[in-house]
Design a protein around this ligand. Sequence first.
Ligand code: RAT
Ligand code: ZN
Length: 415
Amino acid sequence: MKIKKEELTRVIKRVVDDTPIVDVHTHLFNVSFGDLLLWGIDELLTYHYLVAETMRYLTIPYEQFWNMSKEEQADLIWKTLFVDRTPISEASGGVITVLNLLGLDVSSRDLQSYRTFFRRYNVKDYIDLVFEKAKIKYVIMTNDPFVEEERKTWINGYVEDSRFKPALRIDPLINEWDKSYKKLSEWGYKVGRKLDASTLSEIKRFLSDWVKRMKPVYIAASLPPTFHIPEKNDPSTIVEGAVIPIAEEFNIPFAMMIGVKKLTNPELLLAGDSVGKANIETVEYLCRTYPHNKFFVLMLSRENQHELVVTARKFRNLHIFGCWWFLNNPSIIDEITRERIEMLGLSFTPQHSDARVLDQLLYKWTHFKKIMIEVLVDKYSDLMDDGWLLSEEELERDVKFLFGGEFESFLERKF
Ligand code: RAT
Ligand code: ZN
């Protein structure tokens, strides 16, 4: 049945609301990782995006804040952003969206009552509730073998849950070889500080062992704005000499998350990272030089977005995704999503949640869908004005592509 123009907004809203989501990048974990899976009101409030926002209004030494217990930090953030002021920023408004979707009375502003609500749940039931409410098919985790707590679970205790799929994250391997070679050596790989042929072959063995252990959907790294390939330095040598060959061998993408300036303000810890414009030529070079590899890329700087879309038009082994971190704000999502649809049609993945706290799946996807609906209404209306007829099935098909279908075809895998 063809959709009538006057019904378009309602039908698009229904389809976007009902289509199951593949969340291609999160920091969530399944229950076998124990406390690494964060959830509940105190975790929501101490999200590093909100720590950064709170600190702007306070004069206490940073150290004093870090020495507080989690609950004390949450109390202070609640008072600063939600009681003394109105939570109109994207991240603080997100907490309100979560509470509202959980059926809590947001007008009460009673933090203790929210804590009581969360205490009633056990983690397993809460995961079921959030996945069901947010209509998530599966999320992709961020799995770092250099984090001791995680490593232990992978080696001894990992239990699969098909709603949480692994991604092998290797930032220290690429960005800090001067330190990480010691770790690899401790773990039994015969590597040295110098990246000669035998060390590169041992790095490949390390990667291959972890790919076999984790069965990751992709291998990923967050990279600085200065990341440049080809170059005579450690990151470039490791990427070309070890990561790319292993990614090709196992036919999994290499995900490059480019543009993070680590610890611009070290006192803010995790909240202290910033953004810088990166070099698009590196992405072009890799896609051109390694046509049998798949590259899954996002860039953090708004200034890189247009050229990244253009690059994706040029290389079918490049899949771009998400509105990352400082781009995950309605005004910028609207702009980037339109830019991408206008140049790539449906051949990209418009969003990921980057959720660090399970509950954030609720707000991050609700906020994104609102914009996605507006963009799609505009695009389909323009076509209808030219006489194009659209059925509900066609619309459902298109939204499925955007919410994970196109990503799975890029992977050449169905889950
Ligand atoms: O968005 C975030 O939470 C950042 O802190 C980072 O985790 C970033 O998304 C990353 O994966 O490095
Ligand atoms: Zn992330």
